[in-house]
Design a protein around this ligand. Structure first.
Ligand SMILES: [Mg+2]
Length: 187
């Protein structure tokens, strides 16, 4: 029942998220920043190995990735957070952002691929778009895999993309993860 409710919520959310992004673009017609959350702002993958009583608890307790707030957020005032998470966690995610000093529009999508349409909307709306997103998965299983097709499609858009290598460089320059975890092999 809970799963069905979540799927229904995500389907509705995917439909309305386009309106969210259009509204964001109408309000901000200049340069904007788009930020992923998991493994971009938040040190997400080690949390899968840490053991939590619930997904809510895992998400609530995520730590910031060292250096990333300064590198990608500080000084920007038109920020859209674009994350592959269930809308079931929209309020929790917004609270996490606020508690960690972030302000902006929060858009959640049910698949990573849904991000592309939103990025196109922002680019087509005019004005510079700067986008930070690791676009990877699986590191907690020992092998980091990239969403290669999605990265290629993002690369074809007229925006400035900062991906996993730049994120890892920022984290390393800031002294590395607090957990001391390193990224798995990249495929
Ligand atoms: Mg991510």
């Amino acid at each position: 029942m809970k799963q069905r409710l979540r799927r229904a919520l995500d389907a509705i959310a995917d439909a309305v998220s386009g309106l969210q992004v259009r509204r964001f673009r109408c309000r901000h017609n200049g340069a904007v920043t788009v930020l992923d959350i998991d493994n971009t702002l938040a040190d997400a993958w080690p949390s899968f190995l840490a053991g939590h009583r619930s997904e809510r608890e895992r998400l609530r307790d995520l730590e910031l990735l060292p250096g990333m707030k300064v590198a990608a957020y500080d000084g920007r005032d038109r920020v859209l957070f674009l994350s592959h998470r269930s809308w079931w966690y929209w309020w929790l995610t917004r609270r996490w952002l606020r508690e960690n000093g972030f302000d902006g529009t929060l858009v959640l999508v049910s698949t990573p691929g849904h991000k592309l349409g939103h990025l196109r909307r922002l680019v087509d709306g005019g004005g510079q778009v700067v986008y930070w997103d690791d676009l990877s998965h699986g590191t907690e299983r020992g092998r980091t895999e990239l969403y290669v097709e999605l990265i290629d499609a993002v690369g074809a858009l007229d925006l400035t993309y900062h991906g996993i290598d730049e994120i890892e460089a920022v984290v390393a320059a800031a002294g590395g993860r607090r957990s001391g975890s390193g990224r798995g092999s990249l495929s």
